[in-house]
Every structure is written in C-alpha cells, then in structure tokens.
Ligand binder design. Structure first.
Ligand SMILES: Nc1ncnc2c1ncn2[C@@H]1O[C@H](COP(=O)(O)OP(=O)(O)OP(=O)(O)O)[C@@H](O)[C@H]1O
Ligand SMILES: [Mg+2]
Length: 271
C-alpha cells in the first residue's frame, strides 16, 4: 500500500504535509512562436483521478510534459508532489505514459519491462523486487498471455498497454497518462478505467489522465477542462453538470465553450 501521507522524502527532507499532487500558478509555456499555455492556475488533489479534457491542440500534452519535467520554456509556479517540476527526486515518484507508445519492438513484453525496471531499481539486491514488480505490472494491464511476444508483433492497443505497464513499475505516487485509452475497444477501456480506480483507491496514487472522449470524463473524480491554452473549468463532473444545467459533461463543456467565445466577442466589441 502506498503511503499517502507526507513525510520524509528520499532526499532526506520533509515534504510540506497535505500539499496537492500538482500546484500551478501563472503557468505559462511558449513553444516556437506560440504561447501554448497561458497563465494556468489549478491544483490536482492527491489520491484521486483528475481528467484533463479539451479539443486537439488545446495544450493537454504540453501541460503533462511540463508536470513530468520534460517541457522547455516553462515559467510561473509548478510544484509536483511538493517539489518544483523536474526535480531529480521526482523521477522515481512519477509514472508517465506519452501519447505515442514508447516500447522497444525487438524486445518481448517482459524484456521491455525488465529493462525499465532495471533503470528504476538497479543492482542485484533489487532483483527479486524487480521480478515481482514486472509480473504485477504485466497482470495489471492484462498482458500475461503475451508476456513472451515481441512488442513489434502486438496490436496497437496491446502496445499502448505495455507503455502503461512501464509506467506502473515501482508503484509511482503520481501517474500522468496521455490519452491511454485511444484506439482501445470498449471492453478494454472499461477494464483500464477499473484499473485506474483501483490504483487511486487501493494504492492511494494520484492519476492525471487526458482524453478527448467525454464519456470518460464521467469516470473521473475531478476535471480540468481546457481550451486554447486556458482552463475553462476545474470541478467535479457533477458540479459541472449542475452549474451549467446540463445532463452530460460533454454538454457542460460545449456550454462553457460557447460562454467563453461569447465573452471574448463582447470584450472585443467594447474595446
Ligand atoms: N514543437 C512545437 N513547436 C511549436 N508549437 C507546438 C509544438 N508542439 C506543439 N505545438 C503547439 O502547441 C499546441 C498544444 O499542443 P499539445 O500537443 O499540447 O495539444 P494537445 O491538447 O495534447 O492535442 P491532442 O489532443 O491533439 O494531443 C498546439 O497548438 C500545437 O500546434
Ligand atoms: Mg496531446
């Protein structure tokens, strides 16, 4: 069971108790000539699933890359598990699945996981823990029957589950998953969402999951709705539906987009 409480960290310092998993204020990211994230302010609470939703190009992957510390030109405040994003001690505390599956095609599923497990926990002393960890991660994503298949011979959905299994190694406190269910069939999507809930409730981990699929939003504890590099709403699915007087998160989102467009038009007219 993962320790949800704050306490002494691997670097020997104490973490501020009850800090959110992610805290952002005035978070701005510039990519090339464009300001892609515009002064975002939000918190991601611990031990819950937060969905990051919004249309293609709104900045979801950029925000995730900023949180895991791989994005350049990030300004403003961005704290992750009580440390500035990108802090070296965060490396083993965060699991990240990129939008495109990143696995070695010429290795089997188990060899891929063995490789990443050895990076996370090197040395002979950790061999037994690595073996248990790898087997558990393969079971978690339901790939036990394909453990000895070459990753290059798997289907698209199976390959993305290998990436997810890599992120689950070492029981990270924060999982950042960029569209983990794209291209999966409904049964597998349901099973993965059950796994995400299990990881949050039983292991106490925090999950930040991006998606364009609005019905998945209903399965999150909280939602960050984004549009054009800004946050339109930060609330529970229920509160969003109530606030906008709609039946689904999809309708709530469309309602908020219309409101935002209207507000920016009015602003232009009064200039
Ligand atoms: N290397 C880059 N240089 C300049 N602009 C970029 C670069 N990469 C991405 N962008 C721009 O940044 C914006 C946000 O991209 P991002 O990938 O974060 O969006 P997204 O919400 O994840 O989209 P999708 O749902 O399609 O994955 C887009 O407008 C994109 O064109
Ligand atoms: Mg993306």
């Amino acid at each position: 069971m993962m320790n949800k409480e704050s306490g002494p960290l691997a670097d020997g310092t104490d973490e501020e108790p009850a800090t959110p998993a992610v805290h952002a204020d005035g978070l701005t990211v510039v990519r090339g000539p464009r300001t892609v994230l515009r002064g975002l302010a939000f918190d991601v609470p611990r031990g819950q699933i937060t969905g990051l939703l919004g249309p293609s190009g709104c900045g979801k992957s950029t925000l995730m890359r900023s949180i895991v510390g791989t994005q350049a030109k990030v300004t403003g405040t961005l704290d992750v598990l009580g440390r500035p994003a990108g802090h070296p001690t965060l490396r083993t505390r965060i699991g990240y699945v990129t939008q495109a599956p990143s696995v070695y095609d010429d290795l089997t599923v188990r060899q891929n996981l063995d490789y990443f497990a050895a990076i996370l926990a090197p040395g002979r002393a950790a061999a037994e823990r690595r073996r248990t960890d790898v087997t558990r991660a393969i079971d978690d994503v339901d790939l036990a029957t394909h453990a000895d298949s070459l990753a290059g011979n798997l289907s698209g959905g199976q390959r993305s589950r290998v990436s997810l299994a890599v992120a689950l190694l070492g029981t990270p406190e924060l999982l950042v998953l960029d569209e983990p269910t794209v291209g999966l069939d409904p049964v597998l999507r349901r099973d993965l969402w059950n796994l995400f809930h299990d990881i949050a409730t039983r292991r106490g981990a925090t999950l930040l999951i991006s998606s364009h699929v609005m019905d998945e939003a209903e399965r999150c504890h909280r939602l960050l709705l984004m549009r054009e590099g800004e946050i339109l709403a930060d609330d529970t699915p229920e509160a969003l539906r109530t606030r906008t007087d709609t039946d689904t998160v999809e309708s709530a989102f469309l309602h908020l987009v219309d409101q935002a467009v209207e507000a920016s038009r009015t602003k232009e007219h009064t200039r």
